[in-house]
Design a binder for this molecule. Structure first.
Ligand SMILES: Nc1ncnc2c1ncn2[C@@H]1O[C@H](COP(=O)(O)OP(=O)(O)OP(=O)(O)O)[C@@H](O)[C@H]1O
Ligand SMILES: [Mg+2]
Length: 427
């Protein structure tokens, strides 16, 4: 089918026409899901004056560098009247002259999005939200400026028992599994061949490993075998900044890297000894000196002077140079005790709450290189691919993790070991 913007086909076209209450468009990376659903939102705005559409993610901030880039740069284009002069990160909505509105929201500010009714809700990266969030959103589908009211979930596959795929398998949600062949940028349907861009993109996805390969290259809702931290649950451990209580103590943890990401985490510890990852740098190809500027800002903002870092002597010495003046303690790096300590904190304590949390959107700047390569772009994205080495001759089960995409995992371990070694301290 031709749209004013370009062709859409396959699952994208079917989801575009579908009027069912709840729909799921899932598939591997880059099949055109988000583009097609944004085109549907724009078409609905045009067709139904007064319609109100909500574009939502787990956090509003995470939309700025993802969905809004697709919408403003790839679909509307600079200078489009819907965009006007409002900056992306501050924007709350886009208004059409016919009275229809595209509202932007995050589940980190539920009160704001729930104070209005909608005709259509599109939730991006929907595997990040809980079933309860989804059901809460559907209660606001009652604006009735369109002949049907609908929620659309757009995501890459997650594990085989994720609530989204179970809901679709039960028949409560109409599912449209999309494929790379649906995307005209990647696949030339006249010639029946992948385009040059498409072939390169697929090749890159095929270099992923384990369940990331299955999910992001093949579109399978696949489980990761032997996860080091099966306790990690994004709905429990990743929280909005507003939910962090006052912290009596802050400190930083660093894992050096250049080709691999440099990871720095700023942690807060509350009066019960719970840990909150407040800020994060997760970036490749920048020097320690470059990062030091940001670390100094954290020092000033959180009044910290305590840092724990991995043992690289040269990088620690760089930070300790007089013009920088960041003095690091050497991390306790024993892997198995560290993993046990993190596991203990991830588990819910007697009061039903875990003892470690990750503030959503703590990482201010997404590394475009990592995003392009479909690698984790922050610590919380590492959890679901951090796996044990399979047992083999001379190595017991659960002895050593696979050393890939583990830089945030290492940094978190250093931070936890550091805090736990001061267990008599009063926070
Ligand atoms: N119908 C289309 N025609 C031409 N190009 C398209 C079309 N749909 C998507 N693209 C281009 O393909 C790329 C990927 O699109 P998009 O981000 O919509 O995919 P996605 O399935 O949402 O990806 P992800 O799984 O990573 O979220 C973008 O560069 C986009 O501009
Ligand atoms: Mg997308």
């Amino acid at each position: 089918m031709k749209t004013v913007w370009g062709e859409i086909r396959g699952a994208a076209e079917k989801a575009w026409h579908c009027k069912d209450d709840e729909i799921l468009i899932d598939g591997p990376a880059g099949t055109g899901k988000t583009t097609a659903m944004l085109l549907k939102a724009l078409a609905v705005m045009e067709k139904y004056p007064g319609a109100r559409i909500l574009l939502v993610r787990k956090t509003r901030a995470s939309m700025t560098q993802s969905v809004l880039v697709t919408l403003e740069d790839k679909i509307l284009g600079a200078g489009h009247p819907l965009i006007g002069n409002v900056k992306r990160d501050n924007r709350a909505s886009y208004r059409h002259p016919n009275g229809s509105t595209l509202v932007l929201g995050g589940l980190d500010n539920v009160d704001r999005i729930m104070s209005t009714d909608y005709d259509l809700i599109i939730c991006f990266e929907a595997t990040e939200i809980s079933e309860n969030d989804c059901e809460t959103l559907t209660t606001r589908l009652r604006n009735h400026m369109m002949p049907y009211q609908q929620i659309i979930l757009d995501c890459n596959p997650s594990g085989p028992r994720h609530w989204i795929i179970e809901r679709a398998n039960k028949g409560s949600m109409t599912r449209f599994p999309s494929r790379h062949e649906d995307n005209p940028l990647l696949y030339d349907s006249d010639r029946g061949l992948f385009t040059e861009i498409g072939a390169q993109y697929i090749e890159k996805l095929n270099r992923l490993s384990g369940h990331r390969l299955l999910r992001l290259a093949k579109g399978v809702w696949a489980s990761a075998e032997g996860l080091v931290y099966p306790e990690f649950d994004i709905a429990v451990h990743v929280i909005p900044r507003a939910q962090v209580p006052s912290c009596g103590f802050h400190f930083g943890a660093i894992d050096f890297g250049y080709t691999n990401p440099f990871v720095a985490q700023l942690w807060g510890v509350d009066h019960d000894g719970r840990m909150y990852r407040m800020r994060e740098i997760y970036y490749t190809c920048r020097t320690v000196e470059d990062h030091a500027r940001q670390l100094k800002k954290w020092e000033a903002e959180y009044r910290i002077s305590e840092w724990v870092a991995d043992h690289d002597a040269e990088d620690r010495a760089t930070l300790a140079k007089p013009h920088i003046g960041i003095y690091t303690r050497r991390a306790r790096k024993d892997v198995r005790p560290g993993i046990d300590a993190v596991t203990l904190r991830l588990r819910k304590a007697g009061d039903g709450k875990p003892r470690i949390f990750f503030v959503a959107d703590a990482r201010a700047e997404v590394d475009p290189r990592l995003r392009e390569d479909k690698k984790p772009t922050c610590t919380e994205e590492e959890f679901d691919s951090y796996q044990w080495q399979p047992p083999k001759d001379g190595r017991a089960a659960k002895e050593e993790p696979i050393k890939v995409d583990d830089h945030g995992m290492d940094t978190t371990r250093y931070a936890v070991m550091d805090v736990d070694s001061f267990n008599n301290r009063r926070w």
